[in-house]
Design a binder for this molecule. Structure first.
Ligand SMILES: Nc1nc2c(ncn2[C@@H]2O[C@H](COP(=O)(O)OP(=O)(O)OP(=O)(O)O)[C@@H](O)[C@H]2O)c(=O)[nH]1
Ligand SMILES: [Mg+2]
Length: 274
């Protein structure tokens, strides 16, 4: 109702109504701020000095709800010191420091526990090396409103991988087919590391029982979420090979994935997915 539409004798009534409307809209604003979901983007790092300088501001620019947690394994190149310098200027940046290189999986598990303890609603996994574009973060945030685990997929809408040697692309592509056949996990890209969990999913999974550390870590987390009845959804992403820094990919990581999928299948058959 507008004041212009009021007759003179109704002026007081109208003014009271306007005061009431203003009060209720400011209450709604406050409720909105209180209900605003907070999202933590976990970035494990090992020697990513140059990459953290650029990727963190790019992430934070995408949405005011986003914060960043770097889990650094005492990188010899001084990644942690650089992150701490950035933290002094921005309260949306956090760090967890570990004494030595202990692998990607345990870095994420430490990050998940931090996210649960600090009360975040949504939890992202993301690489530091610009393989995952921060521009997609808003699309993840939209999708996670409807689903429990959103996966960035390189293999829906064709093959969206740029600058990978053919050998590595084939390995990844067939590893994904193999995973789907052995475990039944209904996704096209089970090994990707760009994903967003509702925190309820992380709380439902017994994190101390997650065994894998390399690519199979991604498979294990998604498999457990799926078996527990959470809603999974894939959105297309373009994966770029790292611009700078050194790869940590190894044969050991591949071997771990080959056996892990069978372990998951057995656990599922025995009804022991925890
Ligand atoms: N904290 C921690 N981070 C790690 C470890 N291994 C890898 N990372 C980080 O995990 C992310 C993914 O690792 P990458 O080396 O990019 O693995 P990749 O994408 O499969 O392979 P490349 O891009 O070819 O190197 C990067 O941000 C790494 O710095 C580790 O042992 N500890
Ligand atoms: Mg990489």
């Amino acid at each position: 109702m507008q004041e212009a539409g009021c007759r003179r004798q109704d002026f007081d009534k109208c003014r009271n109504l306007r005061i009431f409307q203003n009060l209720s809209s400011s209450l709604q604003d406050r409720e909105h701020t209180e209900r605003m979901k907070h999202a933590l983007v976990i970035i494990p790092t090992y020697n990513e000095l140059e990459n953290v300088q650029t990727i963190i501001p790019e992430i934070l620019r995408q949405d005011e709800r986003l914060e960043v947690l770097v889990v650094d394994d005492n990188s010899p190149d001084g990644t942690a010191a650089e992150v701490k310098r950035m933290m002094a200027e921005n309260p949306r940046i956090h760090i967890l420091e570990r004494a030595k290189k202990m692998g990607l999986g345990t870095a994420y598990l430490a990050g998940f526990k931090y996210a649960i303890a600090e009360g975040y609603d949504y939890v992202f996994e993301m690489d530091a090396d610009h393989s995952h574009s921060p521009d997609v973060l808003p699309r993840f945030l939209e999708s996670i409103e409807e689903y429990d685990l959103v996966l960035g997929s390189r293999y829906i809408q064709g093959v969206n991988v740029i600058n990978w040697p053919m050998k590595r692309l084939l390995l990844s592509y067939f590893a994904n087919q193999y995973t789907r056949i052995v475990t039944g996990l209904p996704v096209r890209d089970a090994t990707g590391g760009f994903k967003c969990f509702r925190v309820e999913v992380l709380k439902a999974i017994d994190l101390d029982r997650v065994r894998s550390n390399g690519y199979s870590f991604q498979i294990e987390m998604s498999f457990k979420a799926w078996k527990k009845g959470f809603r999974l959804h894939e959105i297309p992403i373009i994966f770029m090979d790292r611009r700078v820094g050194i790869s940590k990919m190894s044969k050991k990581i591949v071997r771990e994935a080959v056996t892990m999928v069978w372990r998951l299948r057995m656990q599922s058959m025995l009804g022991r997915v925890r």
